[in-house]
Design a protein around this ligand. Structure first.
Ligand code: CTP
Length: 416
């Protein structure tokens, strides 16, 4: 393993300037794990203000959080001398994290209800919000729960997804709360990004990044694609733009990006190759975060295939390897970054791709691990350098992973 990289920014330890985090706790069996999250955040120098729902106190005592948090836990809207505790908490918060987030909390928050201290605080804040759902598999998979979660994500809420494992009552399935360490990493990653906001270490740098899975048409209504969501590539575009770079994003995804990012929408590997090669010549940094389909139908039909035509005899051909071509054409001083999504032999495969494709950095992840890669809001990667360096980035929000990758890129750029 390589150097362990802490993606969070420096967290001050004095009470005055410590980041202020509201820790929401709702009524689930996993509420006891929120105690560990609270303790770890306080240890990391965060000011933790616990807010429990009334029903959460059936699972875990307020006294525990009074003792371990940075201030007494609050339960009711009327506990404080102040008649508006939710606005005090909502305005003061640098971040709100809800551990565990029940199906009920997700529904009330998605619906904008504000009928207890926690939901009122969530509605009263402009701070980033992280929810950590935990519930039985049937509830987790229910369309209403997934719909509410989708709504929250579309509003910018970060989700630390549940894991597979043993659930209350002995059942096994997905819905078990993420590990406290992963939740704390996600929180610290987002707080770190806040500290980094003022950084401008990529000012004047032209960065070209690709994102999303390409779609290779079979006929006008069908295509071959993969599970890539484009989230990590878009997070890179946003992070680079925030740090001052002039960013061009070539993507198959319609996910929203910062207004300063120039977006070129593409569909196929062939489109992406044209767009990337046309723009790479003037870029200081090129990042291939896209999941380019390796194969495409040799012939894309002009009209829809019908069942009555019989099972099609699909003949596939290889797509162009865009990254290898970028590696051949790169100019002096240009930094080239590739991605390797693997399910086994991660370091060996990543190192082989690093040299085969002629890149400076290969960002590898094990997409079979929980919370990693495709469509997750979190990622865990190892960055292999052509110089032999290895940097592990622990499970963190994709924004924080993007900043960690850009830190490595910055170190490779020629002095400006
Ligand atoms: N890549 C590319 N063009 C392709 C395939 C991949 O530019 N036709 C790029 C990806 O964007 C990524 C890197 O190459 O940055 C590695 O992609 P990956 O799918 O992990 O590897 P492959 O080259 O497809 O090799 P394999 O199928 O053996 O894993």
């Amino acid at each position: 393993m390589g150097d362990r990289l802490n993606v969070e920014g420096p967290v001050p330890t004095d009470g005055e300037s410590a980041p202020f985090v509201v820790l929401g706790v709702t009524a689930g069996i996993a509420a006891y794990k929120a105690v560990e999250v609270c303790r770890r955040l306080v240890d990391a120098g965060v000011h933790v203000a616990p807010v429990l729902t009334e029903r959460a106190t059936h699972f875990i005592g307020k006294t525990t959080f009074d003792a371990l948090g940075s201030e007494d836990a609050q339960v009711g809207l009327w506990d404080e001398a102040s008649p508006i505790p939710h606005t005090r908490l909502g305005q003061r918060a640098d971040l709100i994290v809800v551990v565990p987030a029940t199906a009920d909390l997700l529904a009330r928050y998605a619906g904008g209800l504000a009928d207890d201290l926690l939901t009122a605080t969530l509605v009263a804040t402009a701070a980033p919000v992280v929810v950590c759902p935990a519930m039985h598999t049937e509830m987790w998979e229910h369309p209403a729960v997934q719909h509410n979660l989708g709504l929250l994500v579309s509003r910018g809420v970060t989700v630390v997804p549940p894991e597979e494992g043993r659930l209350a009552g002995g059942d096994v399935g997905s819905g078990r709360l993420a590990e406290p360490a992963a939740i704390v990493e996600a929180v610290l990653g987002l707080l770190g990004r806040r500290h980094l906001r003022s950084r401008s270490d990529l000012t004047g740098v032209r960065l070209l990044v690709s994102a999303g899975g390409t779609r290779e048409p079979i006929d006008p209504v069908r295509f071959i694609t993969n599970r890539s969501s484009g989230k990590q590539g878009h997070a890179l575009a946003n992070a680079a733009s925030r740090r001052g770079a002039e960013v061009v994003l070539v993507t198959t995804s319609d996910r929203v990006v910062d207004p300063d990012v120039v977006v070129e929408q593409v569909e196929t590997a062939a489109d992406m190759e044209v767009a990337m090669l046309a723009r790479a010549g003037t870029a200081d940094v090129v990042v291939m975060a896209a999941a380019v389909a390796d194969f495409r139908p040799k012939v894309a039909l002009d009209s829809k295939l019908h069942k009555s035509d019989g099972v099609p005899d699909l003949v596939l051909e290889a797509t162009p390897d865009i990254l290898s071509e970028l590696g051949r054409r790169r100019h002096e001083g240009q930094v080239l970054v590739g991605f390797a999504a693997e399910t086994d032999q991660v370091p060996e495969r990543a190192r082989a791709k690093l040299t085969d494709k002629g890149v400076d950095l290969m960002v590898a992840n094990d997409v079979s691990a929980p919370g990693v890669g495709f469509d997750n809001d979190t990622n865990e990667v190892t960055i292999f350098g052509v110089d032999g360096s290895v940097t592990d980035v622990t499970l963190s929000a994709k924004d924080a992973v993007a900043d960690a990758i850009l830190d490595r890129v910055c170190a490779l750029l020629p002095p400006r």
